[in-house]
Ligand binder design. Structure first.
Ligand code: GDP
Ligand code: CA
Length: 312
């Protein structure tokens, strides 16, 4: 069995390749839920949905969220009431959130609802939320006038377009949460555990903050392999560079290696970072060079093959 730790779009692109080179039903994906929030009364799980829609081949090709061919009539119609939402939800996407919200209200767990949603898309890979408890990323930001404020993830990322400088990142509720059923068993039984090319701070960070998960990974360190989401000192997409910088982490594959070193034995770094192998290995993490920019699903599949071969 293969286990993957996943955020949203970077992970989804990688997993789309992984399911081509390994049996999809032998893969378990543990997904970040610290971006989850409630919008217009609906329970939205951005990373679970991005991975689900991508594995279903139904994702929006450019946006990095939502469904292909989506319309926005429902959210647009809120203007009648003087409401202009900064967090946009597509009409078909809303059906997912309606279903999730209703099932949660009826007492189902997020794990159960996730299984129902993935089954409806014909996905045979097991997606497990990191926890069934409510955990939320909170960013302490500093504004231009030097005033600080605590923002929820989507407030900082979507509403404020990452403009305010981040001073601190916390995962509200993590301390009192427990891993979702199956998470720890999957980690202890997996042949290979892959840390997807996801944001180390706000996608992988929250998963590690769930009590028990870090320890479970440390115990399996020799079987844990990461893929650097940073190529040549830059993110491919998203705010990982700025978040790493604000937390004092070097924005490079070396910074990623240092962050993961305690529980990760091998890091896949990009060809363009080949000169940094020794710096990665100085942190006790074996470096393996591959083409990691997933410009299309074929490249993602060959990257996934490189990851599995590195752990043979
Ligand atoms: P989010 O929750 O939607 O932000 O998604 P993730 O946390 O899973 O992914 C964001 C990270 O994926 C960013 O740091 C990107 O640099 C990284 N990423 C996106 N596409 C690629 C790619 O093709 N190759 C690599 N190595 N990283 C990528
Ligand atoms: Ca996310």
């Amino acid at each position: 069995m293969i286990v993957a730790l996943a955020g949203g779009v970077g992970a989804a692109r990688f997993l789309r390749g992984l399911v081509r080179v390994a049996p999809p039903e032998e893969i378990t994906v543990i997904v970040n839920t610290a971006d989850d929030d409630i919008f217009h009364g609906l329970s939205v799980s951005p990373d679970l949905d991005t991975v689900t829609y991508t594995l279903a081949g139904a994702e929006h090709p450019e946006q990095g969220w939502g469904l292909e061919g989506e319309s926005f009539r429902t959210i647009g119609a809120l203007s009648r009431f003087g409401v202009s939402p900064w967090f946009r939800l597509g009409d078909l996407d809303i059906a997912t959130h309606l279903f999730r919200t209703e099932r949660l209200r009826d007492g189902a767990t997020l794990s159960e609802v996730t299984r129902e949603i993935t089954a409806s898309w014909g996905i045979t890979t097991l997606l497990i939320p990191m926890t069934d408890d409510a955990v939320g990323t909170r960013l302490t930001v500093e504004r231009e006038d030097a005033k600080t404020e605590v923002l929820r993830m989507q407030e900082w990322f979507v509403k404020e377009r990452t403009a305010p400088t981040v001073r601190n990142v916390e995962f509200d509720g993590a301390q009192n949460s427990v891993p979702a059923p199956g998470v720890l068993d999957a980690i202890s039984e997996a042949e290979t555990i892959i840390i997807c090319p996801s944001n180390p701070v706000i996608s992988i960070g929250p998963i590690l903050a769930i009590p028990g998960i870090r320890e479970a990974l440390v115990a399996r360190r020799s079987r844990v392999v990461g893929v650097s989401p940073i190529i040549a000192g830059e993110t491919v997409k998203g705010p990982a560079d700025r978040l790493m910088q604000s937390l004092g982490i070097e924005v490079s594959c070396v910074g990623v290696a240092k962050t993961y070193a305690e529980y990760c034995s091998t890091l896949i770094i990009d060809e363009r970072d080949a000169s940094r192998c020794d710096d990665v290995e100085a942190h006790g993490v074996r470096a393996v060079v591959a083409q990691t920019l997933m410009s299309d699903p074929d490249v993602a599949a060959s990257l996934a093959r490189s990851v599995l071969e590195a752990m043979e």
